[in-house]
Design a protein around this ligand. Structure first.
Ligand SMILES: [Fe+2]
Length: 264
């Protein structure tokens, strides 16, 4: 498997605090059958407002630590370091000065959990004009999209692959994320899944559990697409087919209908 979204890089964001935790997370990844990792530390506007130099230095030092851990412990895992970019006005500066594109064209892009910018179509168009394809990080966790999932259709129409967090699929990130994650899966609007792991206890790396869940529910071939084939395409810069989709709400179960009757 390939995990394209995690916070294993030590001491740079709210993920692994130090090299020991980083090592334990790397070992955990190996034990679950992950063969390749893209480490994606958060990159916020505040990180680069005074220039990209300090962020670059911090990430390069942490990357050297991880690479030495892999070598010292002889871990059979390949590591890349990119970023999870929070949507911001400084994206042109980021593209100019930092190496954040996976496979030379894919940017892992997250939006604020409570609000998404207006004119998303314009924003995405400007990025694609520069040859950048935004991979939308955990859309199922964005509140405005949880309230109105049809808003995601615009991003699908523009060819943006959707990356779900495995925790959302398994229900460890709350009921609203679970509901939208499953709705997107049912509507064939998911292209990748990632662990988004932040530590051993805090959002652990559930790659194997995610693979097994997807495999049981949708078949091994689909689990392979989301955790092996499409992540490989991301790394090699190959095209990922994203089709326009209408996000149709799943009919509530009998249990849910009975529950809602008593809520009135
Ligand atoms: Fe993340």
């Amino acid at each position: 498997m390939i995990d394209i979204h995690n916070h294993i890089l030590p001491g740079v964001d709210d993920g692994a605090k130090d090299r020991d935790i980083s090592l334990a997370m790397l070992q955990e990844a190996v034990s679950q059958g992950v063969e390749e990792l893209v480490l994606t530390p958060h990159l916020y506007e505040a990180d680069i407002i005074k220039g990209t130099g300090p962020w670059k230095e911090k990430v390069n030092a942490a990357k050297a630590t991880v690479l030495s851990l892999v070598a010292e412990h002889d871990l059979p895992i390949k590591v890349h370091v990119k970023a999870e970019v929070r949507y911001q006005d400084l994206i042109p500066v980021i593209l100019e000065e930092l190496d954040v594109l996976m496979g030379g064209k894919y940017m892992l892009l997250e939006f604020h959990f409570l609000s998404v910018p207006n004119h998303l179509d314009r924003i995405i168009y400007e990025m694609t004009k520069k040859g950048v394809v935004p991979v939308i990080a955990h859309p199922e966790r964005i509140k405005p999209w949880q309230r109105d999932p049809a808003q995601i259709e615009e991003l699908l129409n523009m060819g943006c692959p959707m990356q779900l967090d495995i925790g959302s699929i398994l229900g460890t990130l709350g009921p609203a994320s679970l509901k939208l994650a499953h709705l997107l899966l049912e509507n064939d609007a998911v292209h990748l899944v990632g662990s988004d792991s932040h530590g051993l206890d805090n959002r652990p790396l559930y790659a194997k559990r995610g693979y097994d869940w997807l495999s049981d529910r949708y078949g091994e071939e689909y689990a392979d697409i989301l955790l092996k084939d499409n992540p490989k395409k991301i790394l090699t810069g190959e095209h990922i087919a994203v089709y326009p989709t209408n996000i149709v709400p799943v009919a509530p179960s009998l249990k849910e209908r009975i529950k809602s009757m008593f809520k009135r």
